[in-house]
Ligand binder design. Structure first.
Ligand SMILES: Cc1cc2nc3c(=O)[nH]c(=O)nc-3n(C[C@H](O)[C@H](O)[C@H](O)COP(=O)(O)OP(=O)(O)OC[C@H]3O[C@@H](n4cnc5c(N)ncnc54)[C@H](O)[C@@H]3O)c2cc1C
Length: 573
């Protein structure tokens, strides 16, 4: 749309008080509007321009300031350290890039403001390896998704994480089949995704438990599932095995540049020098781009709520089933019923814009809508099956595409931003491309070689529930700790918990252990095993009970001692 027309439209539709200017080849909006909906609406209109992006600095009346910093740590531990590459963000994108870069003989540091891997969006999603049908043809999303999906077998073998190519079904009632089906076929063709039409009879054979009134649909065999946090941790652990440093509770405060190049970054743990800086800060990547001096986009968080159902529902379906409107203008992946690698069912996510980036609250409205929508497809499920629910925020830009490129202003800065869904599915291909961009930047500055010690294979630690009885017995005979069950819902042993506490990225909060082992993720949600876990963390690390955290700052569980555990506490379980 012509720029003047666009400016007029924003002013007419939203407010004449909005200042509109052009900065860094982006359309910049400033001012105060009435509510969040108006902020979003103005941003979406601005995105219709041909500029690179939208800098939407609009505020709304009564907007609160969010505090993102989850630590009070301030020290000089990293002061004056020198790295070839610094990656900001230890989600799946930052960790997968670190792992690919560890093939090279260079010094790499990943920093994250939190105290563990995958604390934000990378643990707050469905773990679906999308086939690449939904993204608009020609977008980066479509390109990286289709390519990333194909790489998952290889990555899962190397990094030792569970990946199942379950396939997915998009199912329709009569109306949808007639009107939407041609669009789906066309999009599949353009994106290079194989799908097959299935009639009512075939649907019933593939998924015998779903609604018998569905008249047809598409089977997409390439869809897969993973555990997103375990996959992120696998990438990170392999990166560390190959020499990458990770520093938690470390956040970017400022950067120092010379001749349009980053020379060092300032953090709460000191000044760190780098030859290349990579922005993988998820929903905060626009703030990082602003600090570095090359912001041309705004991340507006798009929330998604997800329901987790009891494992007893796990055998109701075999794959991923969705009956969506498949609105091609809709930004959501539509949600669905997703069987997880651990055999729970997930329902959702939905998608709606919200002002706050780390607001993970859930709403009864959202949960009810998700439940109603999916229980109409799978009638056997009901609210009693809900174990818990959670939400995450997608890092959407107004242009609605991934931003993966070397900065055109700051020559050693790389944007890996706007990685909303399907970021998990795309991580393997995004990271391989960012490796190439980074190595090109480094080669222009210095001589670098391959890391001859690089080992693509991660051993990991035993996960008992995945093993045959014979292998389980072998491990238990070798180390009886693996025979003592701490979490009865998920059957997680004392040995597994000790292994992750002493792994190369030690898990020392309750949530960190949970992300690696699934302890506390079952029906009782940690009601039984939490005291045992506290005791194990205390014994294995020496951390005083009062200082053990569930997650970040202020999440201590114990305030003072009231009674003692018996010495045989663990022995008795
Ligand atoms: C509800 C929902 C469902 C989804 N479902 C799927 C799906 O099924 N399949 C799929 O492919 N994708 C899915 N996605 C998208 C996917 O989860 C994301 O694309 C992906 O996790 C993004 O990873 P990331 O590493 O970019 O971000 P994150 O995991 O958020 O990591 C960014 C990290 O940067 C750190 N950070 C930020 N600012 C700073 C700073 N200043 N200093 C230091 N550290 C900083 C943060 O602490 C954070 O740990 C879903 C997303 C949501 C919300």
């Amino acid at each position: 749309m012509n720029i003047q027309k666009l400016k007029n439209k924003i002013k007419k539709d939203i407010s004449y008080d909005i200042d509109i200017s052009i900065q860094n080849n982006a359309l910049k909006l400033e001012g105060v509007v009435e509510n969040w909906e108006q902020v979003i609406k103005a941003g979406k209109i601005a995105a219709m321009s041909d500029f690179d992006g939208v800098i939407n600095n609009l505020k709304f009346i009564n907007q609160e300031k969010e505090n993102f910093i989850n630590t009070d740590l301030k020290d000089n531990k990293l002061n004056n350290k020198k790295y070839d590459v610094i990656i900001i963000g230890a989600g799946i994108i930052g960790c997968s890039i670190a792992r690919e870069l560890s093939k090279w003989n260079i010094k790499i540091l990943v920093i994250d403001k939190e105290n563990d891997i995958a604390v934000h969006t990378s643990s707050r999603n469905d773990g679906m390896i999308h086939p690449g049908l939904s993204p608009k043809p020609g977008t980066k999303k479509a390109y990286y998704n289709v390519l990333g999906n194909k790489l998952y077998e290889k990555k899962s073998k190397e990094l030792n994480f569970e990946f199942k190519r379950t396939g997915s079904l998009i199912v329709f009632d009569k109306w949808h089949l007639k009107f939407i089906s041609p669009f789906i076929k066309l999009r599949a063709k353009k994106n290079g995704v194989y799908l097959k039409y299935v009639d009512k009879k075939q649907i019933n054979m593939i998924e015998p438990n779903i609604d018998k009134n569905l008249i047809g649909g598409f089977l997409i065999p390439s869809t897969g599932i993973i555990s997103p946090y375990k996959t992120t941790i696998a990438y990170a652990e392999n990166a560390v095995e190959n020499g990458v440093d990770i520093s938690f509770e470390t956040f970017l405060k400022d950067v120092y540049k010379e001749n349009n190049e980053v020379v060092y970054i300032e953090t709460n743990r000191g000044r760190i020098f780098t030859k290349c800086l990579i922005n993988c800060a998820g929903v905060h990547s626009d703030e990082v781009a602003e600090i570095v001096g090359d912001r041309f986009y705004t991340i507006h968080p798009r929330k998604g709520e997800i329901i987790i159902l009891d494992k007893k529902t796990g055998n109701f379906i075999n794959s991923v089933v969705s009956k969506t409107d498949f609105n091609l203008k809709n930004n959501s992946k539509g949600g669905g019923i997703i069987k997880t690698v651990e055999e729970n069912l997930l329902l959702g996510p939905n998608a709606y814009e919200q002002p706050y980036k780390e607001d993970y609250s859930t709403t009864s409205k959202g949960i009810n809508e998700i439940m109603n929508k999916h229980s109409s497809v799978l009638k056997q499920i009901n609210k009693k099956d809900i174990i818990t629910y959670f939400s995450g925020t997608r890092a959407s830009t107004y242009k609605e595409d991934f931003i993966i490129k070397q900065s055109s202003k700051i020559s050693n800065f790389i944007h890996v931003s706007g990685i909303q869904s399907p970021g998990i599915a795309s991580a393997p291909s995004i990271s391989e491309d960012v490796e190439k961009i980074t190595i090109n930047i480094l080669k222009s500055k210095t001589n670098i070689n391959q890391n001859i010690k690089y080992n693509p294979n991660r051993k990991g630690y035993p996960i008992l529930y995945l093993l045959e009885d014979k292998e389980k017995n072998r491990i238990i005979n070798k180390n009886p700790d693996f025979g003592k069950i701490v979490c009865r819902c998920e059957m997680i042993s004392y040995g597994e918990i000790k292994s992750v506490i002493h792994s190369n990225i030690p898990a020392i909060t309750l949530d960190a252990i949970k992300r690696r082992t699934r302890v506390g993720m079952g029906r009782c949600q940690g009601g039984f095993c939490t005291p045992l876990l506290l005791k194990i963390i205390h014994e294995e690390t020496g951390i005083e009970y009062e200082k053990i955290l569930k997650k970040g700052l202020g999440s201590n569980l114990i305030f003072k001692e009231t009674k003692k555990f018996g010495d045989d506490f663990i022995e008795r379980i």
